[in-house]
Design a protein around this ligand. Structure first.
Ligand code: OGA
Ligand code: NI
Length: 348
């Protein structure tokens, strides 16, 4: 660690080729990838993954039903034929990967995020600042503030790849359009007006996080990203062809099969609040592996910090919350499972 408290990057640890990970990265037995769960494994043989939904064409009743079912069962689904050019998904993966793999560490560190402020823009490794004894994730990331446009400053983004900034800006715009359409479909799948969830969220505050998971010498002891649900409204995620992302369903961790052309939709906590728990946010985590680095690009769509979020159904089961307060609590208590949203449950 540098004197300024700048944490080391996981990639630098991985490059030492040490056969053991530093102790801060070792998960306690109960959160290790193979930890025994209390539930019985009902689906051991089944090739289970969140459903893949073809969203080409009109927003038909059948499509809304399909989305509604996926939201209820999984809080997650993939979309294909979503209208975003596959070439743009590839470009986003390519420029993201090139920053991590083609820039040297000295150059990368010029883009360091502020380690003392939560969710600051730039290159980092450690998401939580709060307590120093929490176990660390085996991952580095680059966080981009992309929307509203007043937050977007491409000068803070790498340009090692000449088209990096253009690609991120175009990707941001396309993800916004898709997120709007999906929130419309999700609203309608509950019999709400199409604009209901989007209006409850207000103008999107969008961040794009490129996550980079270096190979890990002890994948059984570590997590790339600890179990959490995302804080905002909806997350759109793409990954490369390396498995690692898992979603928690019916007491089991289920690996999400990477889809080259698909975009994974993860419902986040504010959507759970707005839908009054009819749709739950998806709990997920990322594993590491010893052989190959893994890349993901997560695009978060959140309310503004000053936005008050509350259920669209009566009687509400969640208290109203100012989004900024929700975020502060997440960063002080940590994500662990879903305890942040549980704290908002109204006790009747
Ligand atoms: C996240 C996240 C999963 C992944 O950044 O919130 O859940 O596969 N990422 O990187
Ligand atoms: Ni997440």
């Amino acid at each position: 660690m540098s004197p300024a408290g700048e944490p080391v990057r996981v990639q630098a640890i991985a490059q030492t080729r040490n056969s053991v990970v530093p102790p801060q990265y070792v998960q306690p037995p109960e959160t290790r990838p193979a930890a025994k769960l209390t539930h019985h494994h009902k689906n051991e043989a089944a090739e289970l993954s969140p459903p893949s939904i073809n969203v080409a064409g009109e927003d038909t009743g059948r499509l809304k039903d399909e989305i509604g079912l996926a939201c209820r069962d999984w809080g997650a689904f993939s979309v294909v034929n979503h209208g975003v050019p596959i070439e743009l998904l590839d470009q986003m993966r390519r420029v993201g990967k090139s920053f991590f793999e083609e820039c040297d560490m000295e150059q990368k560190l010029k883009y360091s995020c502020d380690p003392n402020s939560p969710a600051s823009e730039g290159y980092g490794s450690r998401m939580l600042l709060a307590d120093n004894d929490s176990v660390l994730d085996w991952r580095d990331y680059f966080d981009h503030h992309t929307l509203p446009l007043s937050r977007r400053n491409p000068a803070k983004w790498p340009h090692y790849q000449p088209n990096y900034r253009e690609v991120v800006a175009e990707y941001s715009d396309q993800m916004k359009v898709l997120a709007q359409r999906l929130l419309g479909l999700i609203s309608e799948s509950l019999g709400l007006p199409s604009s209901c969830i989007e209006e409850a969220v207000g103008e999107f505050c969008q961040n794009i996080t490129v996550g980079y998971y270096p190979p890990c010498p002890q994948p059984d002891l570590t997590l790339g990203l600890q179990s959490h649900s995302d804080m905002g409204a909806v997350t759109l995620l793409i990954q490369d062809n390396v498995e690692g992302l898992q979603v928690f369903k019916d007491g089991e961790w289920i690996t999400v099969r990477p889809l080259h052309d698909g975009i994974l939709v993860l419902l986040a906590d504010q959507t759970e609040i707005i839908t009054n728990g009819k749709y739950r946010s998806c709990q997920h985590r990322a594993l590491t592996n010893a052989e190959r680095a893994r890349l993901s690009v997560a695009t978060f769509h959140d309310p503004a910090k000053t936005r008050k979020v509350f259920p669209a159904f009566e009687p509400p089961i969640y208290h109203e919350v100012m989004y900024g307060d929700y975020v502060s609590s997440w960063y002080t208590k940590g994500p662990e499972g879903k305890r942040n949203i549980d704290a908002l449950l109204i006790k009747y």
